[in-house]
Design a protein around this ligand. Sequence first.
Ligand code: SF4
Length: 259
Amino acid sequence: MKQVFGRPQGLKDAPFRFCPGCGHSILHRLVAECLDEMELRELTIAIAPVGCAVFAYDYFNFDVIEIPHGRPPAAATGIKRMLPDRVVLSYQGDGDLAAIGTAEIIHAANRGENITVLFVNNGIYGMTGGQLAPTTLTGQKTTTTPGGRTPADAGHPLRVSELLAQLDGVSFIARSAVDSAANVIKTKNLLKKALRYQVEGKGFSMVEVLSPCPTSWKMSPEDALRWVAEDMQKTFPLGTLKDIYPETPGNGDNGGDDE
Ligand code: SF4
């Protein structure tokens, strides 16, 4: 029988240790598929964050380096400047990128470093037990905001992509989600586009992905997908926030790959 669906070369033959319904599983597969299809796997150096994606090196079948919490953009900068022919992908959660690593991501983006960032926003600190993150929604209950986040006590949800889109060094920023099959395909195409910009030397590119964390949200996987679609997207609307080459053929909002 002809095999029509298999493990991408970019993934090792290792079972994921993510919780059932976690968006990281989908995103790991998408990263692997993109690198396979773009024939970039052997050129890629990925950077794993501290957080639930900390074991990326156990799953990805290409070079992965582990970096202290929040510092992946700084490490990515050094790697890319030393090895400009390699593709550098910084895989970061919101605790890593939007909290402890805020300075690193702002300065890497502002310098226009020719790297690609995959920013996984699940609105909470997943690995450490479900504490408030900068991206936690107003009213969302976490272990450190048991009555729900209030702007008076904890400020407002931080829209990092909108913030970074203001910076002159940024070439491409888009926000997607993995709450439906259609959005998973869009996410893949946006990631391909961001990687293509790096290959073409166009500067800093980032795709933010709204991603379910059923365990720390204390929801079923189905309810977590509904939360992404119906609650997260009100605060974090999907779409392209910045694209300095919108007229390039094939550069539609979905990344230009409609397969
Ligand atoms: S805690 Fe959340 S983000 Fe972490 S593996 Fe579980 S579902 Fe995924």
